[in-house]
Design a protein around this ligand. Sequence first.
Ligand SMILES: Nc1ncnc2c1ncn2[C@@H]1O[C@H](COP(=O)(O)OP(=O)(O)OP(=O)(O)O)[C@@H](O)[C@H]1O
Length: 309
Amino acid sequence: MIQVKNLVKRYGNLLALDHFSLDVLDGEIFGLLGPNGSGKTTAINCMLSLLTYDKGEISLFGRPMSPTNYQNKQEIGVVMQNVAVFNELTVYENIDYFCGLYVPEKRRRRELVEQALDFAGLQEYRKFLPGKLSGGLLRRLNIACGVAHQPKLIFFDEPTVAVDPQSRNSILEGIRKLNQDGATIVYTSHYMEEVEQLCSRIMIMDHGKELNTGAPAELKSMIRGGEKVTVELPTLPPAVLENIRELEDVERADYNGLSLKAACRTGGHGLIQILDLLRKNHLGFGRVFSEPPTLNDVFLEITGRELRD
Ligand SMILES: Nc1ncnc2c1ncn2[C@@H]1O[C@H](COP(=O)(O)OP(=O)(O)OP(=O)(O)O)[C@@H](O)[C@H]1O
């Protein structure tokens, strides 16, 4: 569906995309996950031919993308981070306007606008001006405007930034529905939970480059210190902490005076090894937690930084 090869984009001296490559398959929900400024929006804007770039190749639907490739553009929907609707037009008129950029025929457009109103749950607000809508409804209008012409490929660029949890869930649900109805989705976000819930494959990126790509479970299985173990204990002699660090399935361990936090090898026996060692040293402990790895742990292991720095 999308093929990007060795894309290089500079803004003056800043290298925003550094030989960025990407393949998105027909029918998937593909997530681009990276911290602010990692190049997600730049990559999307290049794919859409909204930005020129210094080097590289982009093809969509197996056809090279260019600013005048209207055949490609006809089949694409875009929902950007910032709400972009006309304040003087009603909800209905806004959707009709954006749909009209792709579908000139009035009767067909009427059907599509009605379907978009149903899809976004905006029927009862059809005569409202955008200024009268809540933040969540406004986002839904923004989405309805981007997808009313029923495109085959839809780009969502951080559509849930500054959205309340209820509206966020309804947006994610709507995206799943579009995908079930046949659309391929590219979704950018710096919220790892959301990308993990929604996407079949994820590319983690930073500084304009791919760090890793795979299904959420694949990405998590790549890291060594995946399982996070916390053991509450009032005292831990430094020598025992050293012994814990030397355990076969323990990658990292730290003690802060209240609890021991250890990163253990995914699929290993780190927790059991730690508890055995504490027992042998006659050290009593309180609560014990074990958490599976998150995509943030994947990012942390690859870059040494938190995803949300
Ligand atoms: N028009 C521009 N001129 C100069 N630098 C820019 C421009 N647009 C983006 N940048 C810079 O390029 C880099 C990539 O930005 P981009 O917006 O693509 O990242 P992003 O991952 O989408 O971030 P965000 O999540 O904040 O939208 C950043 O360092 C940004 O400051």
